[in-house]
Design a protein around this ligand. Structure first.
Ligand code: BES
Ligand code: MN
Ligand code: ZN
Length: 490
């Protein structure tokens, strides 16, 4: 687990640097002029830093590469590790340089010797994102000990902190998402999930929990059918952030299946444990709402998540059952494992009816087929609106979160026709992610700008990635925060 941003800025202290006996990691730009602190550290090590920065080795190194000065004269440190930044480095490359976790192993102190306050803030942002650690259930002391320093030394900590506040808010949103996704399903029940969201009232979100009786009254039989085989009560949680006056909100909707056994269409045992992450869509929506509240975004956004558990049981829904959605359309349940779209059908409809949003984005770990199509590098982007889709794609690109537009269209509807109901929930293997999106599209009003993000391949990974250790990534929190910032805040 993590604390807010987990990285703080401390005043650089030359005496402390001189007295370090381990490793010092410094970030410097390729430009010749180091800042005053850089010049002092350079003097401390008898000019070695300057000679390194002016060397061919340094000029040939790539941004983010580390070069080690071993046993520098004039210092007690065993090494000074120099990480290169380009002269006019972008925010994103500075952030990326901060993710070089392998370079931080064994480092006792990290400092930024050249570059603007904003760049130093970006380095710390990258460092925080990548060094997040979910160690709640590891009992050894070693697992509790961070592998790298939790602070960055800079000349002007206050100025750098000021530049870092928005990033810190977003990082905390990312960590909230990751914690939710990493939690096992015996801990993160629908009730526990809802309680964690309700606790966000403290940071100014307006949170409402709809219980089963209310969902029943609203006619959400598609959602309730999924949860009826579980001891855990189904819930819909609404989180509102009103930072933008009285205009209509933008809506985020998430699939929150706290565990997906497949139901009566039971999944095979191998790998089933991974289905603790099937609430990833709801996790991202919750993380974005947290980030918006923490940075006091000037926009109105409503986040709505459907929380259910998909279990086999005497009371569970059967293949062949027909359920009536809140919209009124009937659905033939061909496969109880295609449950996410049943949950979203009702939550999407409810969100449009209740909040009349200006646009809507839903996130869901919806199909295994999107992993076959795009692997783990890109989420699938399905949309009825080119303007909104392009805005999202450029926000995702700016945040270095992989996203790839996928097709939609009536040609795919034939596959979801039902013999006895208005529509069926499973359509065979061909274009499995597209037919799932077409299904969702049936519950989106025709004039509603909408995106469906299939995040089954990106929500949680078996290996570390640039910005995250293995496990939950928090994919999408940064892109959605930026989309809201760019499109809806002045
Ligand atoms: N939660 C799964 C999709 C999933 C698969 C997420 C792998 C993450 C990793 C979803 O509910 C599901 O089971 N989808 C089925 C749909 C099929 C029955 C039409 C699938 O993808 O196989
Ligand atoms: Mn399923
Ligand atoms: Zn699922």
């Amino acid at each position: 687990m993590t604390s807010p941003l987990a990285i703080s800025f401390v005043p650089a202290d030359l005496d402390a640097i001189a007295g370090l006996t381990g490793k010092l990691t410094v970030f410097v730009t390729a430009e010749k002029g180091m800042d005053p602190l850089g010049r002092r550290v350079n003097r401390l090590c008898k000019g070695a830093l300057k000679r390194l920065v002016e060397s061919e080795r340094f000029s040939k190194a790539k941004e983010g590469d580390g070069i080690t000065l071993s046993w520098p004269l004039g210092m007690s440190a065993v090494a000074v590790q120099v990480i290169k930044l380009e002269k006019r480095t972008s925010d994103l490359t500075a952030r990326k340089a901060g993710t070089a976790i392998s370079l931080f192993k064994g480092t006792d102190a990290i400092t930024v010797l050249a570059g603007s306050h904003a760049k130093a803030a970006q380095i710390a942002y990258g460092l925080a994102l990548r060094t997040y650690d979910f160690n709640l259930y590891k009992t050894s002391e070693a697992a509790q000990t961070p592998q790298q320093p939790a602070s960055v030394m800079v000349t002007k900590p206050e100025e750098v902190s000021a530049e870092a506040t928005d990033g810190a808010a977003v990082a905390e949103g990312v960590f909230f998402t990751r914690d939710l996704v990493n939690e096992p399903a015996n801990v993160l029940t629908t009730t526990d999930f809802a309680a964690r969201l309700a606790a966000m009232q403290e940071i100014g979100l307006d949170v409402t929990i709809l219980e089963e009786a209310e969902l029943e009254k609203l006619g959400m039989r598609a959602l309730l059918g999924v949860g009826q085989g579980s001891e855990a009560p189904s819930k819909v949680v609404v989180m509102k952030w009103n930072g933008g006056g009285d205009e209509a909100p933008f809506a985020l909707v998430g699939k929150g299946v706290v565990f997906d056994t497949g139901g009566i269409s039971l999944k095979p045992a191998g790998g089933m444990e991974d289905m603790t992450m099937d609430m990833g869509g709801a996790g991202v929506v919750s993380g974005v709402m947290r980030a918006l509240a923490l940075r006091k975004a000037k926009a109105n956004v409503v986040g709505v998540v459907g929380l259910v558990e998909n279990m086999p049981d005497g009371k569970a829904q059967r293949p062949g059952d027909v359920v009536k959605s809140m919209k009124g359309d009937t659905i033939e349940v061909i496969n109880t494992d295609a449950e996410g779209r049943l949950v979203l059908a009702d939550v999407l409809w409810y969100t449009q009816e209740e909040f009349k949003p200006t646009g809507m984005i839903n996130l869901a770990t919806l199909t295994g087929a999107i992993i076959i199509g795009l692997g783990h590098h890109n989420a699938g982007v399905f949309s009825n609106n080119d303007g909104l889709a392009d805005a999202f794609l450029s926000a995702a690109k700016a945040e270095d979160e992989g996203a790839w537009r996928m097709p939609m269209g009536p040609d795919y509807d034939k596959q979801i026709e039902s013999k006895i109901a208005d529509i069926r929930n499973a359509a065979g293997r061909e274009a499995g992610s597209v037919t799932a999106a077409q299904f969702l599209g049936r519950f989106v009003k025709s004039d509603m700008p909408w995106i469906h993000l299939d995040i089954a391949g990106v929500a949680s990974l078996k290996t570390p990635s640039t910005y995250a250790p293995k496990g939950a990534t928090g994919w999408g929190v940064r892109a959605l925060d930026r989309l809201i910032r760019d499109k809806y805040e002045g």
